[in-house]
Design a protein around this ligand. Structure first.
Ligand SMILES: NC(=O)c1ccc[n+]([C@@H]2O[C@H](COP(=O)([O-])OP(=O)(O)OC[C@H]3O[C@@H](n4cnc5c(N)ncnc54)[C@H](OP(=O)(O)O)[C@@H]3O)[C@@H](O)[C@H]2O)c1
Length: 299
């Protein structure tokens, strides 16, 4: 079991605090009594309850008084991967993390912990094998980007560094689920490709609690999978979603039809059976370990 530090409240910096994960995480941290310093490219757009600061790729951010930093900022991976988009996906993460490391290097009192976002894209195509944190990185654009992104975080002088490799985040207010639910409600849902590929997902609330678990537990460091303990095959995800919205899911999107999305199609067709072994071995209490109750809560 990890030694959990809940008190006293901490000053937690969050980059990407205006995003899907950042907003819910900020809210949860505030409710737990922490102070939140929200870093944004547009700090004039206020986030309720947070102190706003500038985050830019051009200069190291002001991390003064941050006792913990959760780093989430980065260009969205959703959408068509043109070469310009791929460059923004990689550079926003690599340069943003480098600026953080540069800022930390100048601080007499660096943050006690840096929890740096990463993604299960790190592992590449995994077939049916179970993927643990010790599984080596795979190949492909996202695997390479995640590796470079993690390397920048590991180069920082933060007291403790956790790399949270997040799976597909299921949320009501953003990400892939609302769009999938709309398609399924129209009766147009179906499996993707053969449907045999594993999907490693996590409920947004569990993920945000896991981010704070990493901040508050001093014995955690290194890579950690941010996924629910029960990944599912795409065909079973399809069945669970169709059941939840009470519509049939007759359609199947053939793999070749998804290829028009370019390399992003790998995100939909690659198989990743990721297990959160570090979170489980440290006693993290998942509220939504299984898919159907998670979908029932969200839809
Ligand atoms: N959602 C998922 O399913 C999922 C899965 C795996 C990993 N992740 C990772 O977790 C992190 C947060 O995810 P999220 O879903 O909350 O993302 P999000 O909603 O797209 O938010 C990311 C935030 O990053 C900032 N940002 C956007 N484009 C940027 C750019 N080009 N350069 C610098 N900053 C930029 C924005 O904040 P400002 O506009 O305020 O600066 C934005 O609010 C991301 O790094 C993502 O790769 C997410």
């Amino acid at each position: 079991m990890a030694s959990q530090r809940r008190l006293p409240p901490m000053n937690i910096g969050i980059t990407g605090a205006s995003g899907l994960i950042g907003r819910r995480l900020s809210d949860l941290a505030l409710r737990r009594g922490h102070e939140v310093l929200a870093f944004s490219r547009t700090p004039e757009r206020r986030i309720p309850g947070c102190t706003m600061r500038l985050f830019s790729q051009d200069a190291p951010p002001n991390l003064e008084s941050c006792e913990a930093l959760v780093h989430l900022a980065g260009e969205s991976v959703l959408g068509l991967w043109t070469s310009a988009k791929k460059q923004r996906i990689a550079q926003s993460r690599i340069l943003g993390t480098r600026r953080i490391a540069e800022s930390i290097a100048t601080m007499p009192h660096p943050p006690e912990v840096l929890v740096s976002g990463s993604a299960i894209g790190f592992y590449g195509e995994g077939g049916d094998s179970e993927i643990l944190e010790s599984t080596p990185g795979g190949s492909g654009f996202l695997a390479q980007t995640s590796r470079d992104w993690e390397a920048e975080a590991l180069a920082s002088k933060a007291g403790r560094i956790v790399l949270l490799r997040t799976g597909l985040v299921l949320a009501r207010e953003g990400g892939a689920l609302p769009l999938m639910a709309r398609i399924f409600r129209l009766g147009l849902g179906g499996k993707l490709g053969s449907g045999s590929q594993w999907m490693s997902w996590i409920h947004l609330d569990d993920l945000c609690r896991l981010f704070l678990f990493c901040v508050e537990n001093q014995s955690l460091s290194g890579p950690m999978n941010g996924t629910a303990p029960w990944p599912v095959r795409n065909v079973d995800f399809t069945k669970a979603l169709a059941t939840q919205v009470r519509r049939p899911a007759f359609f199947a999107m053939p793999a070749f039809a998804l290829r028009w999305l370019g390399e992003f199609s790998h995100e939909l067709l690659d198989s990743k059976r990721v297990l959160p072994s570090v979170a489980c071995s440290h006693g993290f209490p998942f509220q939504f370990p299984e898919l159907s109750p998670a979908l029932a809560e969200l839809l």
